[in-house]
Structures are given as structure tokens and as C-alpha cells.
Design a protein around this ligand. Structure first.
Ligand SMILES: Cc1cc2nc3c(=O)[nH]c(=O)nc-3n(C[C@H](O)[C@H](O)[C@H](O)COP(=O)(O)O)c2cc1C
Length: 316
């Protein structure tokens, strides 16, 4: 996820039980590869587990070049983005705009699969609008041209992120192809993961926004699928520990100025439940120094801890 699944967050998600994590999408346009943004996106140093790198673009030859470049840079899976509905991306016919052009989909898939000797996977939406849910046709093209696994977000391009994800098309896609199909969209709890797996017959689930501020979701899902029981929610001290470490890693990865900005976003997600009136977040977002952010977080959790203690033993 662009702007979300950077190296610190991917490392955290893996540690918390995600089976596979995918990089933020990288443009296939070589002119942008040297920008600070792309350099950060391409940074996988020290990352454990399989490195899956997502590329986006519409020109088969540029996509093939981008795939080769990323494999030389350590990618062990190349994932093609045909799911992004952003105007900036779709204007260039990349992302989910490609679903309208099955022949171009085929050319891109062929070019990328032939360019590299690592597995190539594909991410799509169910179609380009609700009248044209052609995900099944795209899935067949993908399978026939060497795609090894297909992730399907249960919305069309026109739906953007509105409404609820729809799983009938994912079910139909799963029945139409024999490569692994990963169901995606609105999976925010272990129960939802089970229901979607059962309903669609998919081989796995992909979690996006449900992991923002909640990297515990991966272990929670895994445990529930294995035992039909829910893990207890993470304790306050566990939440504090994970957030503190995550923020330190963000600071180290991006440096003081950018790191402080990016940490605000993640802390906002983590605290959405705790801090319903946004009081702490307003203060936190005003802080400009990395150390000040960490101190504020530590003090915030200390105050939550003290409040809980008082509630447990009011007489004291
Ligand atoms: C901020 C944001 C950035 C995203 N960036 C990407 C991306 O780079 N590549 C991609 O395949 N999907 C991207 N997505 C889509 C998600 O991967 C996912 O398909 C979608 O959010 C639905 O799943 P969810 O309900 O679990 O979030 C992005 C979504 C969001 C909200």
C-alpha cells in the first residue's frame, strides 16, 4: 500500500504473523527511480522473509524493465498492480484502468513474466465498474500467461473505496482458475477472514487497512483460523512497546523531519480507538522532534496505565 507498507511497517507486520508482505507500488517509469520517495520504497535492507515488490505502469516494455531492475535489486516476487483506482495512476492507464483493456493486460503480463525468473503475481479489482465486472476474464488471462497467484480486491475501479467489498466475484474467480486466489477487501477481524475464506473458497486473505494501527490482526486471524478461538486483545504495555518500537524504526528509516511526519499517521491509526476525542493526537501532531514524539507517547501510556490502576483499586 502506497504510503503505508514501507519497510518499517512491513517488518512489523511480518513479525506479527503476516505470511507475505508486499512493497508500496513502484512506478515503472525509470525517471522517478532516483527520487527520495522511490529510493525509500525500494529499500528492503535487513528485511526477513520473501521480498515481494509491486510495480505499476501501462507500457509492457517499461514494466518488463522495471521487473528486471527490481529483481536485480533483490525482489523475489514481482507483483503487478492492476488495482489502484487513483486518478494520477489511471490517467496513464495504469492500475485498475488496465482492466478495461484485456489485450494490454495480456501484453503486460507476458512481458513481465518473460522478463524475470522469479514468480510474478497480480493484484486486480473485480472489474472496472459494476456493469463490467470482468475480473474472471482477467483472471483467466493471468493464469494462461504465467501469473502464479492472484489477489482480488472486492470492489470495482469505479467503486474506489466506497460501499462494502463484494465477494461473489471473488468466488467466481476462484472457481474459474486454478492458481491461488487471495481475497481482499474489508477484512478487519478474524471472524470476517473466516467468513470470506469460507464463502469465496479463496486460498488466502489479504489485509490492508485493517492492519493500520493494528498489526496484531495477523496473529489474531491465524490463531482464530487454527483454533476457532480469539486471542485476548494486546495489553496496554504490549501496545506501548509495539508503537514505541515502530515509531523509533520510522524515525531511523526516514530521518528526523520526514520520520516525524510519517510517525504521526501511524500513531493516529493506533490511537483511533483509545483517543476518541483526538486530544492526544492533536498534541502529538504539533510535535516537531523525534524525541519529543517518543516522550509524549511514553507519558501518554503511563497516564493510561495510572488511570487503569486507579480504576482497579479506587480506595487507594
Ligand atoms: C492508502 C492506500 C494505499 C494503497 N496502495 C496500494 C498499492 O500501492 N498497491 C495495491 O495493490 N493496493 C493498494 N491499496 C489497496 C489495498 O491494497 C487494498 O486492496 C484495499 O485497501 C482493500 O483492502 P482493505 O479493505 O483490506 O484495505 C491501497 C489502499 C490504500 C487505502
Amino acid at each position: 500500500m502506497a504510503g503505508v507498507t514501507d519497510r518499517p511497517f512491513r517488518q512489523l507486520c511480518r513479525k506479527m504473523g503476516a505470511g507475505l508482505v508486499v512493497s508500496e507500488m513502484l512506478s515503472s517509469n525509470p525517471r522517478v527511480w532516483k527520487t527520495a520517495k522511490s529510493m525509500h520504497r525500494m529499500d528492503h535492507s535487513g528485511e526477513k522473509g520473501i521480498r515481494s515488490v509491486q510495480i505499476a505502469g501501462a507500457d509492457p516494455e517499461l514494466m518488463a524493465q522495471a521487473a528486471r531492475f527490481n529483481v536485480e535489486n533483490g525482489a523475489q516476487i514481482i507483483d503487478i498492480n492492476m488495482g489502484c483506482p487513483a486518478k494520477k495512476v489511471n490517467k496513464k492507464l495504469a492500475g485498475s484502468a488496465l482492466l478495461q483493456y484485456p489485450e494490454l493486460v495480456e501484453s503486460i503480463v507476458q512481458a513481465v513474466v518473460n522478463a524475470v525468473d522469479v514468480p510474478v503475481t497480480l493484484k486486480i479489482r473485480t472489474g472496472w465498474n459494476t456493469e463490467n465486472r470482468n475480473g474472471t476474464d482477467i483472471a483467466r488471462i493471468a493464469e494462461q500467461n504465467g501469473i502464479q497467484s492472484l489477489a482480488v480486491h472486492g470492489r470495482t475501479r469505479a467503486c474506489m473505496y466506497r460501499g462494502n467489498a463484494e465477494y461473489d466475484t471473488i468466488k467466481a474467480i476462484k472457481q474459474a482458475v486454478s492458481i491461488p486466489v487471495i481475497a481482499n477487501g474489508d477484512i478487519t477481524s478474524p471472524e470476517k477472514a473466516r467468513d470470506v475464506l469460507e464463502y469465496t473458497g479463496a486460498d488466502g486473505v489479504m489485509v490492508g487497512r485493517g492492519a493500520q494501527g493494528n498489526p496484531w490482526i495477523f496473529k489474531q486471524i491465524q490463531h482464530f483460523l487454527e483454533t476457532s478461538e480469539n486471542l485476548p486483545p494486546p495489553s496496554l504495555s504490549e501496545q506501548h512497546r509495539v508503537m514505541h518500537e515502530h515509531v523509533v524504526n520510522v524515525h531511523n528509516f526516514y530521518g528526523g523531519i520526514m520520520g516525524v511526519r510519517i510517525a504521526r499517521k501511524h500513531v493516529g491509526w493506533y490511537l483511533a480507538e483509545h483517543d476518541r476525542e483526538n486530544q492526544f493526537r492533536r498534541t502529538f501532531n504539533g510535535l516537531e522532534q523525534a524525541d519529543a514524539q517518543l516522550d509524549a507517547l511514553d507519558n501518554y501510556f503511563q497516564s493510561l496505565h495510572d488511570r487503569n490502576e486507579r480504576q482497579v483499586s479506587p480506595a487507594a
